[in-house]
Design a protein around this ligand. Structure first.
Ligand SMILES: C[S@@+](CC[C@H](N)C(=O)[O-])C[C@H]1O[C@@H](n2cnc3c(N)ncnc32)[C@H](O)[C@@H]1O
Length: 368
């Protein structure tokens, strides 16, 4: 692996936190405040490993997001060649955390089915995040935890050439799918790296835009990751992240069928969103403010997801991160869990038998 780029130290971060009392782990009621921070960055070009014409595909229609109050506050796991991968993904992996390695392995298992079972889910969220950060043509953008490209591809279309998009992810399987998408679209402005989003080894102060859709709550230390992401941005650069807010009552009731089986880390507030930084708009904003970002604010989207029947829900729930919940249930008990889920899904059926559940998604935006 190449030498790591120099970045700001924890001491520098501590210096900034004097100016910004918000901490990454606190979750407080909303309040407005103001702080302005000056930052120094070195200008460096992001790495560029692939090239061809960016397909200027039509932008998806804007999603019906509600704008909430804008607030101003202020290792190494060396992979082999990644399962014989033949796409232009650079293997700059750096991860020393077993939890992250476990998450990456989970996403390797779902990579083929992810967003590929006829239930639009990550794509609309990714497109809405890209709309929220309003990329401008020519901007350099980085997608942290790009997966198969739900955000990467709308971003590449928006910045077009001469814009550039760097996508990083820890899952070789997800990157393989992303690379297939790059090839299918004939994109020359996208480069992909197998890399830990907790501490991306990318040049500091080199991107106008950083996005990360539904990733930060998987990271062992989200506050440290936010700090590292800030380092990637030029002065005035923007960050947009999406995280899950509350789901509707039917969905909460449905997911409760897994609860007796879930290990502690799957009950963690960061992913269940009950408390901690991911429990409220303000909590996520403070996470970013604590990392030295400015003008943290939240947009919200209530995203309905419709299943033809409980079987489609089952297929879908195995096709992404929720697979970890199924895998926590002993095989002999899975039919029983499915029966309970089917009963609960029944309550959400409409006259046509279709099942619609609603998830609130947060888009937290901030600037350097
Ligand atoms: C829910 S998926 C979101 C993927 C994509 N952003 C999207 O919206 O479809 C979470 C992604 O985060 C990636 N991920 C999890 N931990 C990571 C880490 N430490 N470094 C890089 N990627 C990570 C997973 O491999 C997976 O692709």
């Amino acid at each position: 692996m190449s030498a790591r780029y120099p970045r700001r130290t924890a001491e520098d971060a501590a210096g900034r936190s004097d100016q910004c009392p918000a901490t990454a782990s606190s979750s407080r009621p909303n309040s407005d405040g103001e702080s302005n921070r000056g930052t120094h960055h070195h200008s460096t070009e992001p790495s560029r490993s692939t090239s061809a014409a960016v397909a200027q595909s039509e932008r998806k229609p804007r999603s019906p997001m509600s704008r909430e109050t804008a607030r101003s506050h202020g290792p190494t796991l060396n992979t082999a060649a990644g399962r014989g991968l033949s796409w232009p993904v650079r293997q700059d992996v750096a991860v020393d955390d077993s939890r992250s390695a476990g998450v990456a392995a989970l996403f390797d298992r779902v990579a083929e089915s992810y967003e590929n079972v006829g239930v639009p889910w990550f794509d609309p969220i990714g497109a809405a995040l890209v709309d929220a950060v309003a990329p401008a043509p020519g901007e350099r953008a980085v997608d942290l935890g790009c997966g198969r490209g739900a955000t990467l591809f709308p971003l590449a279309a928006a910045v077009g050439p001469p814009g550039r998009v760097t996508g990083i992810d820890l899952s070789a399987g997800m990157l393989e799918q992303a690379a297939a998408g790059v090839a299918a679209r004939g994109l020359s402005t996208v480069d992909l790296h197998r890399m830990d989003a907790s501490a991306p080894d990318l040049p500091p102060a080199s991107y106008e835009l950083a996005v990360s859709s539904l990733v930060i709550f998987f990271l062992p230390d989200p506050a440290a990751a936010a700090l590292a992401w800030r380092e990637l941005l030029v002065p005035g650069g923007r960050l947009g992240i999406s995280t899950f807010g509350p789901r509707d009552a039917a969905w909460e009731h449905l997911d409760a069928v897994f609860r007796p089986y879930l290990p502690k880390h799957l009950l963690d507030a960061r992913t269940s969103g009950v408390s901690g930084p991911f429990g409220s708009d303000r909590g996520v904003e403070e996470l970013l403010l604590g990392a030295g970002f400015d003008r943290a604010r939240t947009l919200g989207l209530d995203l309905p997801v419709t299943f033809a029947d409980p079987e489609q829900w089952r297929t879908w729930s195995w096709s992404h991160g929720q697979r970890a919940m199924w895998e926590s249930v002993p095989e002999a008990e899975r039919d029983q869990v499915m029966a309970a889920a089917t009963e609960r899904l029944g309550a959400a059926r409409d006259r046509d038998g279709r099942i619609t559940l609603t998830q609130h998604v947060r888009f937290t935006l901030a600037e350097v």
